[in-house]
Design a protein around this ligand. Sequence first.
Ligand SMILES: Nc1ncnc2c1ncn2[C@@H]1O[C@H](COP(=O)(O)OP(=O)(O)OP(=O)(O)O)[C@@H](O)[C@H]1O
Length: 274
Amino acid sequence: MSDPLLSVRGFSVVYDVDPPVRAVTDVTLELQRGEILGLAGESGCGKTTLAYGVQRLLKAPAVITSGSVVFHDASGEDIDVNALDPEQMRRFRWDKISMVFQGAMNALNPVATIGAQLEDVFEIHRPSLTRRERRARVAELLEIVRVGAQRGRSYPHELSGGMRQRVMIAMALALRPQLMVMDEPTTALDVLVQREILRQISQLRHEFGFSVVFITHDLPLLLEISDRIAIMREGEIVELDTAENIWTDPRDDYTRTLLSSFPRLTGDKGVVAR
Ligand SMILES: Nc1ncnc2c1ncn2[C@@H]1O[C@H](COP(=O)(O)OP(=O)(O)OP(=O)(O)O)[C@@H](O)[C@H]1O
């Protein structure tokens, strides 16, 4: 049954430079509640522009030239993202969406403990919580992402890259968003750590019920983790289907070309259980 979280219709973005770059052209897609949607395509095809554009996170020279974005809130309300004023937009982003970037782990403050940084999120965005409640939430989050509550007292440099990226995921989960956008979130990590984190994200979204838009060049990884995959080429979505169908029965020539460029895809499918 269809239960969309986000409906994007006819969405286009142009970078107003000379000559103009049509980065995203007439994209229409529906993201389902609780699903992991992979965005795949070679460098420069417009993945990041699309993912940031629908949250209105792009700055000049980017111009959204057409399209609508509707967020179907868990409360039942439909939010027309284009109609929000800047203050409403800011609150919407914090309450409903979170983002994890490549190298986000390096954005942690080196002179504050992990626990203090997580507590800050609650202090700012959930001011009604008592200190005790904040601490309990932080401990719980650190357990959820398997960093361990006792690590709250550690400074970022005392943790491995994988641990720090888990802390960033904890931070992204803190306010219980309905959508998590992950832009190459694990690219800087070694393959085993990457797998372990992805397996966990997949489990967490079942538990918490959020949807994920997962952006990466790594199509084999997307085939493992995604429910559906959108293949982008030169700003357009050329194919959008279940990971299964993209893997076994790709319809578009470009999808086939992209699949054949990954030698890893000749063997068995990987280990990330969806
Ligand atoms: N600030 C900018 N000014 C002009 N053109 C830009 C700007 N940012 C991106 N572009 C162009 O827009 C197109 C889409 O870029 P985008 O970063 O969205 O692609 P991508 O698929 O996310 O690439 P990557 O995987 O390398 O991040 C590219 O042709 C890029 O050169």
